[in-house]
Design a protein around this ligand. Structure first.
Ligand code: APR
Length: 236
């Protein structure tokens, strides 16, 4: 039997499911983004090299949708957790939207990049970007027309992995919210945290590919499950 001790260090992993109720489509559902667009076309460096206009159009659409969306009660609950939880916290998100930040969370790490960021391939500068990239704007830093979405595509290395593994090594609770567990390395975080002694909890609409790796799985919508879990943590 596991002895219950106070929770001091939480790592949270979020995926597209936490933003579904804000109107942003997930990837692998029947009406998901990858139903309409072959992954290789819009989410690989090779796809971008082949047809940059198509890829820019795809992310221009994503950017417009992010700007039109609002945080839902799940994002807001994590914002509250960030403000009120006295221990260590890291929210690692696979999402490219900024709904965690707009929901009030500060300790957020975007491992797959950010929809509202542009990355200049000529001078390596990154810029907050709210408009389109498809019409070939010049980089505000160097003037070249060479900006791509600041998104980690398949075959590219996710951002800030050292920080993530450090956090997983010292977490005493790992919580996964709204992710199908289909994409590595994020899908392996639960095993990593568990091996380091953390308790593991999954909050998801349905069983995921990794459900059996968690100590506990709660099924339901993020907007219901996340506020209830945050209440539990802040009361304990
Ligand atoms: N509340 C909670 N979970 C939900 C909700 C909801 N309202 N709606 C959907 N879900 C769950 C789905 O059941 C599914 O398990 O969210 C999960 C979403 O899974 P995916 O579409 O595979 O998204 P994600 O896990 O974030 O994908 C990971 O894949 O294509 C790449 O880079 C992309 O970051 C993305 C990565």
């Amino acid at each position: 039997m596991r002895v219950m001790t106070a929770i001091r260090n939480i790592v949270i992993l979020t995926g597209a499911g936490i933003s579904a109720e804000s109107g942003l489509r997930t990837f692998r559902a029947e009406d998901g983004l990858w139903e309409d667009h072959p992954v290789e076309e819009v989410a690989t460096p090779e796809g971008f090299a082949r047809d940059p206009a198509l890829v820019q159009r795809f992310y221009d659409e994503r950017r417009a949708q992010i700007r039109a969306a609002f945080p839902n009660p799940a994002h807001e609950a994590l914002g509250r957790l960030d403000r009120e939880f006295a221990g260590e916290l890291l929210i690692v998100t696979q999402n490219i939207d900024d709904l965690h930040e707009r929901g009030g969370a500060r300790r957020v790490l975007h491992m797959h990049g950010e929809g509202l960021s542009a990355w200049c391939q000529a001078c390596d500068a990154r810029h907050r970007w709210e408009g389109a990239l498809g019409d070939g704007p010049a980089c505000p830093a160097c003037g070249e027309v060479a900006m791509r979405p600041d998104i980690v595509w398949f075959g590219e290395m996710p951002y800030r992995m050292d920080e993530i593994f450090d956090a997983l090594a010292s977490a005493d609770l790992f919580v996964s919210i709204g992710t199908s567990g289909a994409v590595y390395p994020a899908a392996g975080f639960v095993q990593q945290a568990s091996a380091n002694g953390a308790r593991t909890l999954e909050l998801n609409l349905e069983e995921s590919l990794g459900s059996r790796n968690f100590d506990e799985t709660r099924l339901g919508t993020a907007s219901e499950l996340v506020p209830a879990w945050v209440d539990e943590i802040l009361r304990s």
